[in-house]
Design a protein around this ligand. Structure first.
Ligand code: HEM
Length: 99
């Protein structure tokens, strides 16, 4: 007999865990998009600002860069899978009968 990988079971109804996983995944992707897209736009904008001597590009780049710590923190915080207090182990979540 294979021992139960997660003997205390799930900490919440599985429909709630799946709902939160999907919700936070969408938010994770949105925040990630701001982080990665914002970085690319900031680099290109700074480059154009220097080349064209246009201060508006540089201001846009500076503004985007100032937002990156917030968007990166949001990306990581919204990655819900490792939440230690609410995450079921992968094994029990995918292979176990419903509790
Ligand atoms: C700036 C880019 C990104 C950062 C910093 C980031 C960070 C993280 C972190 C820290 C986790 C938790 C890891 C764990 O639980 O072991 C995670 C989970 C995850 N990431 Fe990302 N990630 C990024 C981009 C992406 C992208 C591009 C995708 C897919 C299109 C993605 C999909 C996922 C999924 C599916 C999970 C697990 C489920 C969830 O939390 O929703 N991530 N990410």
């Amino acid at each position: 007999m294979i021992p139960d990988p997660d003997p205390i079971g799930l900490p919440a109804p599985d429909w709630l865990l799946i709902f939160l996983l999907l919700l936070t995944f969408v938010l994770h992707i949105l925040a990630m998009n701001l982080t990665l897209g914002g970085t690319v736009i900031a680099v290109v904008s700074d480059f154009l600002g220097r080349r064209r001597g246009d201060e508006r590009y540089r201001r846009l780049a500076q503004h985007l860069v100032s937002l990156l710590p917030i968007t990166l923190a949001a990306t990581i915080t919204l990655a819900w899978r490792r939440c230690s207090s609410c995450r079921p182990s992968t094994a029990s979540f995918s292979t176990h009968p419903r509790y």
